[in-house]
Design a protein around this ligand. Structure first.
Ligand code: SF4
Length: 190
């Protein structure tokens, strides 16, 4: 009998190798089965939430896999008619939006003429935006033009992004029309 003295690291390595060998034997060395099984392990017991890629106006469908309150994997949604499971290089790396150390988690504000960004809380930011929109709209509102009622402002413009879904875009358009904004643009054109 051969006696073996293993430390913890060696033991884990050996167990991993044994498990991998058993898995290969069980799968019968079929390369396709091995790939399929690996994917299954990676996303086993995750919660899947469908979403839309926020990067561009194509609007590809993405499945987000979460486990223990964290995003563990993202992939193209095969049921989405736009991308049928495929993603471009940006969409493929979308998990980094959540995991990146560079991710912004607080609003940043740069005062007019300043070169510095300051951290602000949401309350200050939303109040300030609302106040400035109101001031600008009131100061630039045009009721009539050549005798015709126009009720508009030309000093505010609205730009929508691909991260906005249908309902958000509808509400944004309603709000802007209500304010009299006539310059409305949106990135997504689908
Ligand atoms: S996956 Fe690529 S092409 Fe599709 S919406 Fe995202 S950025 Fe656009």
């Amino acid at each position: 009998m051969v006696e073996m003295n293993l430390n913890r690291r060696q033991f884990l390595k050996l167990s991993g190798a044994a498990a991998a060998t058993l898995a290969i034997v069980e799968l019968g060395f079929d390369e396709k089965n091995v790939y399929a099984k690996t994917k299954e392990f990676k996303i086993a017991k995750t919660k899947v939430t469908p979403t839309i890629c926020c990067y561009c106006g194509v609007g590809c469908g993405i499945l987000v896999h979460t486990k223990n309150n964290t995003v563990v994997y993202t992939e193209g949604d095969p049921d989405n008619p736009i991308n049928e499971g495929k993603l471009c290089s940006k969409g493929t790396t979308i998990r980094q939006l959540y995991t990146s150390k560079k991710r912004l988690t607080k609003p940043l504000y740069r005062a007019p003429g300043s070169k510095k960004w300051e951290e602000k809380d949401w309350e200050w930011m939303l109040d300030t935006i609302a106040k400035r929109v109101k001031e600008t709209r009131d100061a630039s509102f045009i009721e009539k033009e050549e005798g015709i009622t126009v009720n508009k402002t030309e000093k505010i413009a609205s730009l929508g992004g691909a991260a906005l879904d249908n309902e958000e875009t509808y509400l944004l358009a309603k709000l802007m029309r209500g304010l009299g904004v006539v310059y409305l643009e949106h990135q997504a054109r689908i």
